[in-house]
Design a protein around this ligand. Structure first.
Ligand code: FAD
Length: 304
């Protein structure tokens, strides 16, 4: 039986009691708006906070998981028996240095992209509509409309499993389609330097507006989701395969294959994490049986 009480007290001393919460519904921290109770959630403000918190939870044999803005996760209905380390608004400094942008892990892509536009820097437009943090985006090599983090990250400072701060250059981040070394090695992104090019402010803003209207037209942005649930299988589009299987609008409980974009699963209001996971499995099975294509899940499951 884990004793959370002493851990909570230590974490409060380290981070300030306002940055530590107990028994928090993860539905409040996931864009899907599902998930049970996390025993503890913390909101570190510095690298030292992260290092000392992890040291504390490890010493107490408590599992931990890092999240950013929660826009690509499904947390179990049973919650998370451990510490969620949320790197978001307490760690969101953004600084421009000529054509480079220094961003703490919790800075939102939308904020960075909009500030880049104001600074007449181009290259970040693709990311303006992705509702994640830059830390989560590096971990996932997030991308859209022909752009991806791989194209703009110069280097990232990360925490390795021994608590060392390491600097990984773009070539060392092992970026692939929706993957990077961060996930493979369980590193934590602390901050990122993005390299952009000088551009024309009006063209940058026009392009961002164009992409935003494409998203509004094609994606169910008015419903809770985690964006595309599946990775794009080689030679196919997940959404098209799902549609061709007749699954548009198909529901399990409150989870539904969006009728606007079949690559999205949406929460129609009453979805549980189980509904979503069951719908993911059903979709994978149906597409495999009909087309022999394996749909690999892009969203990350926590606490299952
Ligand atoms: C409406 C909508 C549209 C979307 N469109 C796109 C899109 O066009 N392209 C795209 O790629 N994605 C898209 N997504 C998915 C999502 O926004 C991205 O994957 C985003 O990069 C996730 O960032 P996050 O901060 O929310 O990460 P989270 O969801 O909090 O976490 C995702 C994963 O990253 C890890 N992680 C988070 N922060 C860190 C960190 N600092 N260090 C190490 N690991 C970390 C977590 O452990 C987890 O495994 C969309 C989602 C929604 C809801």
């Amino acid at each position: 039986m884990i004793n959370y009480h002493t851990t909570v007290e230590t974490l409060k001393k380290l981070l300030g009691s306002e940055n530590v919460a107990e028994k928090v519904s993860m539905s409040l921290h996931s864009s899907f708006k599902v998930g049970g109770i996390a025993e503890i959630i913390i909101f570190p403000s510095t690298t030292e906070d992260i290092v000392s918190s992890i040291d504390t939870v490890k010493r107490n044999n408590i599992p931990f998981t890092v999240i950013g803005n929660g826009s690509n996760i499904v947390v179990s209905d049973d919650g998370y028996k451990g510490v969620i380390i949320k790197l978001c608004k307490n760690l969101n400094k953004i600084e421009f240095r000529n054509n480079e942008v220094f961003c703490q892990a919790g800075a939102l892509l939308s904020t960075i992209a909009n500030k880049a536009a104001q600074n007449t820097l181009t290259g970040m437009e693709f990311a303006a509509g992705i509702p994640g943090t830059v830390g989560g985006a590096v971990a996932m090599n997030a991308g859209a409309y022909g752009g991806e983090m791989k194209n703009i990250v110069k280097y990232a400072r990360c925490l390795d499993n021994e608590g060392n701060v390491i600097t990984l250059l773009n070539s060392e981040l092992q970026f692939g389609y929706r993957k990077s070394i961060i996930q493979k090695e369980n590193y934590i992104v602390l901050d990122v330097v993005i390299s952009l090019l000088s551009g024309d402010k009006a063209s940058i803003i026009n392009y961002m507006d164009e992409l935003a209207s494409k998203r509004r037209e094609k994606q169910p942005l008015n419903m809770p989701s985690a964006g595309s649930v599946f990775k794009r299988p080689e030679g196919h589009y997940a959404g098209k395969l799902i549609q061709d299987c007749g699954l548009r609008g198909y529901s399990i409980g409150g989870a539904q294959i969006s009728d606007k974009h079949c690559g999205f699963i949406v929460n129609t209001g009453t979805a549980t994490a189980n509904d979503i996971v069951n719908l993911i499995k059903h979709t994978q099975k149906t597409v495999y049986e009909k087309y022999g294509v394996i749909l690999e899940q892009e969203v990350k499951l926590i606490g299952f």
